[in-house]
Design a protein around this ligand. Sequence first.
Ligand code: GRF
Length: 195
Amino acid sequence: MEKLNGKKKLRVSVFISGRGTNLKSIINFSKRKSSPFKVVLIITNNKNAKGINFAKKNKIKYLFVNYKNKNNAESKILINLKNNNISFICLAGFMKILSKKIINTYKNKILNIHPSLLPKYKGLNTHKRVIKNKEKFTGCTVHLVNSKLDEGKIILQKKVRVLKKDNENSLSKRVLKIENLIYPRAIKKFINSNL
Ligand code: GRF
């Protein structure tokens, strides 16, 4: 069993729907000896999510959950989280909204990353709206998940300057780099202060 300072490493599950750059950075960080957590289960609602490749490459268990029936999907998720002794969950580009069934079972144990300086720009298409509103700064936020969309206690947030020449694509690329940087750090901070 892997340990850090005599303590068992916490077992985390990462939920994804797409390309998985945040998953990749979480996995890479977790491979360090000094990481207090390890990624043991990846869950996706999208069979074709590119991010699954990082699971395969790192021999991490992954599970596809069909969301045709949300209630059944969440039951399957809960069973698998329990069977794998998952301590906390990281949402990383997971495009489904969790219901209270999961949120209450893992109360204050679900993190999410959002590409804006919350509480500003909740929801989708953040970069487009930021540019339209001529904001000087945007950024990204790792926060706890509660039953309201993109709310919950902020764990870590970082600002990114919006350049005059930025379009949605260039801005999202720059913010994503910072997302990838802060997500593992936020997890560490969360573990040290909440678990
Ligand atoms: C990120 O921009 C994240 O903030 C948002 O979805 C995107 C996921 O990107 N919630 P990736 O799949 O981690 O590359």
